[in-house]
Design a protein around this ligand. Sequence first.
Ligand SMILES: [Zn+2]
Length: 302
Amino acid sequence: MSGIRTVLGDIHPADLGVCDAHDHLFLRSPRLPGQELNDASAARAELEAFRAAGGSAVVQWTPYGMGRRAADLPLLSRAAGVHVVCATGLHQAAHYAPESLDGLRERLAEVFVSELTEGIGTSGVRAGLVKVAGGFHHLDAHARRTMTAAAEAHHATGAPIAVHLELGTGALDVLDLLCGELGVPGDRVILGHLNRSPDLVVQRQAAAAGCWLAFDGPSRANHATDWRMPQAVLALAEAGFGDRLLLGGDTAVAGARSVDGGPGMPYLLRRVRPRLVAELGAEHVERILTGNPARAFAVDWR
Ligand SMILES: [Zn+2]
């Protein structure tokens, strides 16, 4: 059966509802000292604020070893009344203590498959997607190895692969590797952070490969390009790719939660949605927030 794998079990894609397709309830990284998302009551308040703004589902892109707190997600999801999908996968090496990757790289595909089908650690919570990461206009050996394992996990399970594009770059290199060399269908790949490199031609070329384009933010770190997002979304919709677009908040640090400085998850519905309605009309934006994620994260699990 085709289903979206939430932390409370598989659901019918039509039941997903209005979805924040790229966000984080929990995240820690040596690159972001002192800014960890590691407070369960703040995570619950954020989810409740998203729900109050009309949200129904959040997809957490935090991968393996970055403080996902998988065991806490079912309770939070139930308490807030919001579907939560969580990830397996691996980020850039810089997000890990070097010794924590010892022995892991050789069995990455095995770890990804196990987290998708059996559960994360002893939590019993299964991941619904694989998150990986490219580099700045470049894929290093770590990225290639991680993406190869992700492709293997996709072929074994059907799970979609979500990609952090460093500053929005490298989209075509990622697609050459995942879809060209490794045989992952375009519609099983979700490219994130496209607003960070607003090259409309590259975005159109990526969309033409059949993948999903996720626009996420805004954030202080990417303020220089975040404001160009509505024009990029409009250009893609006008080129006929409105059915390949996703939207997310990407709350990656504690100070970005709406309950602790903002803009956070509710901003997606409070301000981003009406801004896009001004470009595309309400019906089209509703499809991007509801119908598109329902298809992007639905899997014929095998
Ligand atoms: Zn993210």
